[in-house]
Design a protein around this ligand. Structure first.
Ligand SMILES: NC(=O)c1ccc[n+]([C@@H]2O[C@H](COP(=O)([O-])OP(=O)(O)OC[C@H]3O[C@@H](n4cnc5c(N)ncnc54)[C@H](O)[C@@H]3O)[C@@H](O)[C@H]2O)c1
Length: 260
């Protein structure tokens, strides 16, 4: 039972917690008795969150903006009184298409949110985590962060960057007792993957059903993973059960050896 672990009372920041995987992570931490603050760029998502999880603090912040991130951490100090766990969850799918069709603006935006956003949050978090209880950083990467992903060069490159950042920080921050791990989800069932599949089908000129089948069968288990599967791994990595786990690629993908 998660609420019997060290998570009760822990102070958690989840970026992009208004929807999707981040929302499920926030929900799971609340159920474990943690104190949670989330950010998002969608005001409507945060309004819905305030109704469903009234104890969760929230703010509008784009993780790729240095100013937004600085303001968010001031709120962390004010509302949580410190920080024990940073969950760098914000990440965008980026464009789909052969590399010669991609724009520089799309490439740069994908790296800005997925990689620079994590750097900006880590830079603010570290001095606070040094004073935290069993502190850790959990970076959302992707199965595309250790495999190639045709048609998704900016996304895959950004997520390999996340894995490199994670492994480096685990060494750098180990002496401060701060654990740093990456979580690598496979295809997660939900609206985002439907949009990704539709974009891929369009780019390849194939029926959506065919691309959906490829996404479903690429895992050894023959199914997509769920937001709950990812939240479970985040809670494990943040808890004392993972007290000696750092610098790891924690893969939650039903064993996927190649991405479609
Ligand atoms: N969904 C998948 O299949 C999948 C697979 C592997 C990895 N991931 C990774 O998991 C993480 C969460 O993915 P998801 O599917 O929940 O995403 P999502 O597209 O559903 O977005 C979740 C939330 O992120 C917010 N957001 C977008 N850009 C932001 C920004 N710049 N700053 C702050 N918030 C922002 C959105 O408003 C939304 O509420 C991402 O890092 C993603 O790359 C997802």
């Amino acid at each position: 039972m998660w609420n019997q672990t060290s998570l009760a009372g822990k102070r958690i920041l989840v970026t992009a917690g208004g929807d999707g995987i981040g929302l499920e992570i926030a929900r799971a931490f609340v159920a474990a008795g943690s104190k949670v603050l989330v950010c998002d760029i969608q005001p409507e998502s945060l309004e819905r969150l305030a109704k469903s999880l009234p104890d969760v603090h929230s703010c509008i912040a784009d993780v790729s903006s240095e100013e937004d991130v600085a303001a968010m951490f001031k709120l962390v100090d004010h509302k949580l009184g410190g920080l024990d766990v940073l969950v760098n969850n914000a990440g965008i799918a980026g464009p789909t298409g052969g590399v010669e069709t991609l724009s520089l603006a799309d490439w740069e935006r994908t790296l800005a949110v997925n990689l620079t956003g994590q750097f900006l949050c880590v830079r603010q978090a570290v001095p606070r985590l040094r004073k935290g209880r069993d502190p850790s950083i959990i970076n959302l990467a992707s199965a595309a962060g250790h495999l190639g992903m045709p048609g998704r060069a900016p996304y895959s490159a950004s997520k390999w960057g996340v894995v490199g950042l994670t492994k480096t920080l685990a060494i750098e921050l180990g002496r401060d007792g701060i654990r740093v791990n990456a979580i690598l989800p496979g295809a997660v069932d939900g609206p985002r993957i439907q949009a990704v599949i539709a974009a891929k089908a369009k780019a390849l000129g194939k029926p959506v059903e065919e691309v959906t089948r490829a996404y479903t069968t690429q895992a050894a288990l023959g199914r997509m993973v769920t937001t709950r599967d990812i939240a479970n791994m985040v809670l494990f990595a943040a808890s004392d059960l993972a007290g000696n786990v750092t610098g790891q690629e924690l893969v939650v993908d039903g064993h996927t050896q190649a991405l479609s």
